[in-house]
Design a protein around this ligand. Sequence first.
Ligand code: UT7
Length: 331
Amino acid sequence: MYQTKIAAVGRYLPERNVTNKELSALIDTSHDWIVERTGIHQRRWFKPGVDTTSNMGAKAAQQAIDRAGISRNEVDFIVFATLSPDYVFPGSGVLVQKHLELDTIGALDIRNQCSGFIYGLSVADQYIKTGKYKNVLLICSEIQSNIFDLSDKGRSMAVIFGDGAAAFLLQRSDNTAKILTTHMHSEGRFAEELFLKEPSGLEEKRIMPDLLERDGIYPYMNGRHVFKHAVTRMTESVSAALEECNKAPEDIDIMIPHQANLRIAEAVRSKLNVEARHVFNNIQDYGNTTAASIPIAFFEALEQEKVKRGDLICFTAFGSGFTWGTALLEY
Ligand code: UT7
């Protein structure tokens, strides 16, 4: 059995920075409300006609390839996680393959929303562990600023979400670095507590004449319900992952929870009894970038030298589905 290491990380953020003040001019909200309820100060929004989910992912992937010091043709497989693909089909993995002119390697798309990164990491890990692949690109990219409802009904979501991309080059390990475990869960009975319904496959035609008048064309979230489950489930799955690896919360060098809401991250940290200096958050600057949030934060933690080789890292996520999971690794 082989082991998987993070060889390198890349990131791409759209240039446009949208502050809470700017958002308050578009939506009935305020800087104070957003900061108090979410911790967010600003987020990035994509530039239409320039940024796409797939080309942002490709830019992050190219940076990860460069930093890993390998050539494009050494990439064996692509895993792409997003809830905001360029097209309904095909998936975004093949579009990255096109942008980067990669060989005819396989490309797999993951549809697990905020948990997409953990699910993708687990998939890549299995391929590397079994010896099937040596270099797997895990790409997470989201453009969410174009699906908001800017009316009062949608404002709690519009203020939270942002756009961005990051990529991991995962590689067969040649040293002690390794993914120790990944835990994944889902609870489909809550699928409709956080979802985008329309255009739906439940109708005779996907595009019905009254589509634009339907509430379901905007994402729906039962915020408080999601909040409570996010805290409970992330805490539970981190505890289970630690137990499996005979580790304790105080062994964690850096924990990066999905950047959904600073209050959620803080509640998970406090329930687990992890000291604040061992948790990295950057939702303040980017909002909730769904599948991309953990890898963007990890990229930044590396840039700020908050992570060093040999550290015990904990990633945990929760989102639509509901889906959730945790990954523990020795970096
Ligand atoms: O990515 C993974 C999935 N997502 C999450 O994990 C997010 C989980 N949920 C949350 O983070 C929080 O529920 C929100 C930040 C979305 C909302 O915060 P909340 O503290 O749960 O607020 P609420 O929805 O219960 O609304 C409280 C009040 C309401 O007014 P009334 O009824 O008390 O008069 C809302 O109308 O705040 C009002 N409100 C706003 N006010 C100003 C809701 N959104 C806004 C807004 N600006 N953007």
